[in-house]
Write a protein of this length. Structure first.
Length: 91
């Protein structure tokens, strides 16, 4: 069962990465977490805070770009975690 779960997670991460590459706009930084690193998103990765959670990657990127434009943060990451896109910003 563990191997099946890992295989499914790896396939999902591959699909998500392809979507991230296809949807990334100029200047946007989009990171897709793998299944092994996704747990860090729940509590925030070291040095990063969760600034929002979105249904789609595009919503996350739009919010991240808005924060760049208004000077709220200098960079951001959109991390897929439990079927939601978490907007991660520097702590």
């Amino acid at each position: 069962m563990h191997k099946l779960t890992r295989t499914a997670a790896t396939a999902a991460a591959g699909v998500a990465m392809a979507l991230a590459l296809a949807l990334t706009g100029a200047g946007a930084v989009v990171t897709v977490a793998t299944a092994s690193a996704a747990a860090a998103s729940e509590t925030g990765a070291q040095g990063w805070d969760v600034s929002g959670s979105f249904d789609t990657q595009q919503e996350c990127v739009t919010a991240g770009d808005a924060g760049l434009a208004d000077g709220s943060w200098a960079q951001y990451r959109c991390v897929l975690f439990e079927a939601r896109w978490d907007l991660m910003t520097p702590a």
